[in-house]
Ligand binder design. Structure first.
Ligand SMILES: Nc1ncnc2c1ncn2[C@@H]1O[C@H](COP(=O)(O)OP(=O)(O)O)[C@@H](O)[C@H]1O
Ligand SMILES: [Mg+2]
Length: 258
């Protein structure tokens, strides 16, 4: 596998759930690949299995058919090479910012001194220096998601998995955090798979947008985003940006069941 080789391979993946005696197929025959260092967004109708896919990439649940390989190895569970940012932040309410961000390192069994040093660095990276001793309830939604981001970055994962990371935030905060994630990603290259329902967000951040069909989700189409990097507000206002969003929308429009 070369520097720009495939790092994530999803091959013919299926997953179902059993609800009240009924079998519900969330994903069926889903295949795609992600190259090292690529920023890829997954978009698709509500309930098409986006979160399910992300949880399988994270190793939190298993596929029922097909295979997911990350770094050439089948995913058998969570790993240090992957970290997740959740839509609802999923912070520990009884822990401080420092405690939350250091938590994954505690699980790894690192000594306290090293844990705290690395956690402080991750906290500074997301712009929260000075808030180490604060508790989640004392922070705005945007700040809480910065904590969620720091907790993912603290383990220095090769792959960052994000499930609608800005979905719970107001529009201004969302734009601000999108720009900060882009800046972080430019400075510390990682493979990113981000689930979103926001077409503009998908286009603004990504190299490629994968569009899934309605349930059961499989790949409907992929759109390569032809926008230059680094991207900033001027890119958001460009004609090329509007065209790319329209391109994604023209596909999604036919997939979102009325
Ligand atoms: N743990 C679960 N138990 C039962 N059904 C589930 C579970 N997780 C997801 N589903 C179902 O699978 C489908 C896909 O869910 P999900 O992956 O959350 O979709 P999305 O994130 O695209 O909105 C939905 O119909 C959902 O109700
Ligand atoms: Mg979801």
């Amino acid at each position: 596998m070369g520097m720009n080789g495939t790092v994530i391979e999803v091959s013919e993946v299926s997953r179902h759930f059993r609800i009240a005696g009924h079998e519900l197929t969330a994903l069926f025959g889903l295949s795609f690949a992600v190259r090292r260092g690529e920023f890829v967004s997954i978009i698709g109708p509500s309930g098409c299995g986006k979160t399910t896919l992300l949880r399988m990439l994270a190793g939190l649940i298993e596929p029922h058919g097909g295979q997911i390989r990350v770094g050439g190895r089948p995913v058998r569970g969570p790993g240090r090479d992957r970290a997740v940012v959740f839509q609802d932040f999923a912070l520990l309410p009884w822990e401080t910012v420092l405690g939350n961000v250091a938590f994954p390192l505690e699980i790894q069994g690192l000594p306290r001194g090293e844990r705290e040093e690395r956690a402080r660095r991750a906290i500074a990276l997301v712009g929260l220096a000075g808030f180490e001793a604060s508790y989640p309830y004392q922070l705005s939604g945007g700040m809480q998601q910065r904590v969620g981001l720091a907790r993912a970055l603290v383990v220095d994962p090769e792959t960052l998995l994000m499930d609608e990371p800005f979905g719970a935030l107001d529009a201004q905060t969302r734009h601000l955090l999108q720009d900060e994630v882009l800046a972080l990603w430019q400075a510390h290259p990682k493979t990113v798979v981000m689930v979103t329902h926001d077409m503009e967000e998908a286009v603004y951040l990504s190299d490629r947008v994968l569009i899934l069909t309605a349930r059961p989700g499989r790949l409907a189409r992929e759109v390569a985003v032809p926008l230059p990097r680094p991207r900033d507000e001027s890119v958001r206002r460009s004609a090329a940006f509007a065209e790319a969003v329209e391109d994604v929308w023209s596909s999604l429009r036919t997939l979102v069941a009325a």
